[in-house]
Ligand binder design. Structure first.
Ligand code: FO1
Length: 396
C-alpha cells in the first residue's frame, strides 16, 4: 500500500506522525510506504545557510527530536550561536535558530554547495532521523529553489521602504532565481540588518497561478499580479509570518522561482501511483497551495486514481494554529472549512471537518465526514489519520 501526503510544517508533521502510529496499529507487519511531499516555499537563506522549516518539522517530529510545544526546532536546544551573532550585531535576530538546529542547516548548505540536490540532502537528513525505518520517504516538492514572498502596502502597519527599518528580510533571492544555497546572500547586508531588495525579488517572482484565487482555481498562493507596485513591497514569507506575526495585511502571495520549478524526482509518481492521497491540516495557501502550484503537481492530483482525502485546518472558522485566516483573506476566500474545501474542489474526494463545521455547504462531489479535529497528542492525530484512511476506503 502506498500513501502519499502533502505536508506543510507543524500540522502536517503531527498528522503524518499520527498516520505512522495508526498504520502500525492497524496493519503490523504490512508493508506500507508513506511518501511525504513537503513544502519548500517557506525556505529561507539566513547567515549563508539554507533553512527548510517545513521539511525540518517533518524530520524532527517523526524522528522524535522536535521541540514538541512549538512544533519546530530541536527539543531543548540552546541559542548560544544566535547570542554570539547578536553580540556581533549580526541581523536578523527575529528568526531564532537553535544550536543543534544550526547543525542541520550547516550540513544541508554544505551538501548543496557540493552539488547535491535538495532531494538528496533531505534523504540524508531523513536517514539520520530514522524515517526509512518507519516506512516514510520525505520528498521536497521541488529541487528548484523557490521562496514565498508576501506583498504588503508600504503605508500599512509595519510599512516603509525596503531597508529603512532594519527589516532584515533574510536573504530573499534578488531575482526569480531563488538562491540555491545562500549565494544570493551577497545581495543583502547581513551585518546591518538591511532588507534584501525584496521588491526586486517580487518583481521577478512568479505567481503561483495567474488566474487568481477563485475557489478550486489554480494558484491559491496568489491573488493577483506578482510584482510589487510603487506603494507596495514584498517581504519574505518568514519575515511576515515570524517577525510580523502575519499582522500586516497581505495584498497577495508570490513565489520566486515557481514557474520554472519542476517536481522533485518521485513526486509525480508518488501521487499518480498512490493508493491514497492525503492532505493533512496544513495551511491551504502558503503550504499546500505552494505544493499545488509547482507545475504538474495539481494535474497529477486531478488525474490520480487514488482517492484524495483532506483534513480541514480550520475549526469553527479559526485556524487550529498559525495564521491561515490572514492567508485566506487576500484571496477573498471564506475563512472556514468550506472555504478551504473550495480551494481543493477540483481534486478532492473526501473532506474531514470538525463537528463544529458539520452543517456547512461543501462542494457537491466531496464526501464530508465530521469528527473532533483537535490533534491534542499523538493518539489524537492517529485517530484523525485513521478517519481519513477509513474515508479513503469508502471512496475507493
Ligand atoms: N517560528 C517562529 O515563530 N519564530 C521563530 O523564531 C522560528 C524559527 C524557526 C527556526 C527553524 C525552523 O525550522 C522553524 C522556525 N520557526 C519559527 C517556524 C517557522 O517559521 C514557521 O512556523 C513555518 O515556516 C510555517 O510553516
Amino acid at each position: 500500500m502506498q500513501i502519499t501526503a502533502l505536508s506543510g510544517g507543524v500540522g502536517g508533521a503531527r498528522f503524518v506522525r499520527g498516520l505512522v502510529h495508526e498504520l502500525s496499529r492497524r496493519s503490523p507487519g504490512e508493508q506500507v510506504e508513506v511518501t511525504v511531499v513537503g513544502n519548500t516555499g517557506d525556505d529561507i537563506t539566513l547567515f549563508g545557510l539554507r533553512v527548510c522549516p517545513d521539511l525540518d518539522s517533518v524530520l524532527y517530529t517523526l524522528g522524535g527530536g522536535v521541540e514538541e510545544e512549538q512544533g519546530w526546532g530541536r527539543e531543548g536546544d540552546k541559542h548560544e550561536v544566535m547570542g554570539e551573532l547578536a553580540a556581533l550585531g549580526v541581523q536578523p535576530q527575529w528568526f531564532g535558530l537553535g544550536d543543534r538546529d544550526l547543525g542541520t542547516h550547516l550540513a544541508r548548505s554544505l551538501w548543496l554547495r557540493r552539488g547535491a540536490t535538495l532531494s538528496e540532502v533531505t534523504a540524508r537528513l531523513a536517514a539520520r532521523w530514522g524515517l526509512p525505518e518507519q516506512g516514510v520517504r520525505l520528498l521536497p516538492v521541488t529541487d528548484t529553489p523557490i521562496e514565498t514572498h508576501v506583498v504588503v502596502r508600504n503605508d500599512g502597519p509595519g510599512g516603509g521602504a525596503p531597508g529603512d527599518d532594519g527589516a532584515g528580510s533574510g536573504e530573499a533571492a534578488p531575482s526569480g532565481e531563488a538562491a540555491p544555497s545562500g549565494e544570493a546572500a551577497a545581495a543583502s547586508d547581513e551585518a546591518s540588518g538591511e532588507a534584501a531588495p525584496s521588491g526586486e525579488a517580487a518583481a521577478a517572482s512568479d505567481e503561483a497561478g495567474s488566474d487568481g484565487a477563485a475557489p478550486s482555481g489554480e494558484g491559491a498562493a496568489s491573488s493577483g499580479a506578482g510584482a510589487a507596485g510603487p506603494s507596495e513591497r514584498a517581504i519574505h514569507f518568514q519575515e511576515w509570518w515570524v517577525r510580523h506575526r502575519a499582522a500586516i495585511p497581505a495584498q497577495r502571495f508570490t513565489v520566486a522561482g515557481l514557474s520554472a520549478a519542476t517536481p522533485a524526482p518521485g513526486v509525480l509518481e508518488a501521487i499518480r501511483g498512490a493508493d491514497v492521497v492525503l492532505l493533512p491540516p496544513s495551511n491551504p495557501v502558503v503550504s499546500i497551495g505552494i505544493i499545488l502550484g509547482v507545475p504538474g503537481v495539481r494535474d497529477a492530483l486531478r488525474g490520480t486514481r487514488a482517492p484524495v482525502v483532506g483534513v480541514s485546518p480550520l475549526v469553527g472558522g479559526r485556524p487550529v494554529r498559525g495564521h491561515a485566516d490572514a492567508c485566506l483573506a487576500p484571496l477573498g476566500v471564506e475563512v472556514s472549512a468550506a472555504g478551504v474545501a473550495g480551494l481543493y474542489a477540483d481534486l478532492l474526494d473526501g473532506w474531514l471537518v470538525d463537528t463544529a463545521d458539520e452543517g456547512a455547504s461543501y462542494p457537491a462531489r466531496v464526501q464530508v465526514r465530521a469528527l473532533d479535529l483537535l490533534m491534542r497528542d499523538v493518539a489524537g492525530a492517529a485517530r484523525i489519520a485513521g478517519a481519513a484512511l477509513d474515508l479513503a476506503d469508502e471512496l475507493r
